[in-house]
Design a protein around this ligand. Sequence first.
Ligand code: SAM
Length: 316
Amino acid sequence: MSELPPESRIWNLVRGALGTRALALVADLRVADALATGPRPVEAVARTVGADPDTLRRLLRALASDGVFAEDEPGMFRNTPASELLRGGWGDFAHLFGGVWLRTVSELDAGTGAPTFPRAFGTDFWTWLAEHPDERAAFDRAMEQGKERRAERLIAAGWRGDEVVVDVGGGNGTLLVELLRRHPGLRGIVFDLPETNRDEAVLGDRIEFVAGDFFEYVPAGDVYVLSTILHDWPDEQAATILRTIRAAAPAGARLLLPDAVVPSGNEPHGAKWLDLLLLALFAGRERNEAQWRGLLDEAGFEPVRVEDGLIEARSR
Ligand SMILES: C[S@@+](CC[C@H](N)C(=O)[O-])C[C@H]1O[C@@H](n2cnc3c(N)ncnc32)[C@H](O)[C@@H]1O
């Protein structure tokens, strides 16, 4: 670990909410789009995006001090590789983190382990998304971030080549599209709630979308992919999802879980922070190796490998 002074460590953490909110503001205003053609004076950018010039300048100055945008001459801002990311799905992540999730996390306390989202918004997160189609669309776009890494792990997972793959909670289907593109003999089913935003033309004729609730039913298949699904749920509900799959799956069916395995000790890992968001949203959790093995075993699956990024099991 670098030799950061102790005060700097605390400062970097206590200012976190300011960075989260500043990113959401500039993402929602589409400031990175307004700078797409090159450096511009902040007053002109403020006019384009409909912001107060002084406030925008202060937001950009703070973000530029962390490498998101750059101010090369006083008052002239340009994009950087990091601010360019806000033009895609990272902008949707920034919107969610600095909006609905910031409010959710601001209510987190250490007294109960209960999720704060229902307390703050009066319903569970998935129902709230269904009631807010723009937020649901932002969520589905945000979930595509990091998809390439997850797809590569799945593509390399060893395939017979003619399996039916069910992507349980597969969102808009982009992960399955990528897997089937690289394994042309596979067929796929994306299973998710009906309100996901998807372009079924993109799914092509080898992938079918099936709407449903994975606590009640999943379609039959040879391989089940659950990409960052079980971390959304506490153990009891995660085990129920796995049992629903076991009831639909033939003996020996494969389970492939692109998900994190939390390392022990002080090693930095994004999952150690994401875990707190999952706790606040839905009493979900990131799991370490022993917790993954215990969960799979209890639900009737034999763990085959438990590696950070890909967990594999077979139904007994
Ligand atoms: C964290 S996202 C992961 C999406 C996708 N697998 C990925 O890796 O990007 C969780 C997904 O679970 C879906 N989901 C939540 N509750 C569900 C339920 N009861 N039945 C089916 N899908 C559900 C959500 O709609 C969402 O698309």
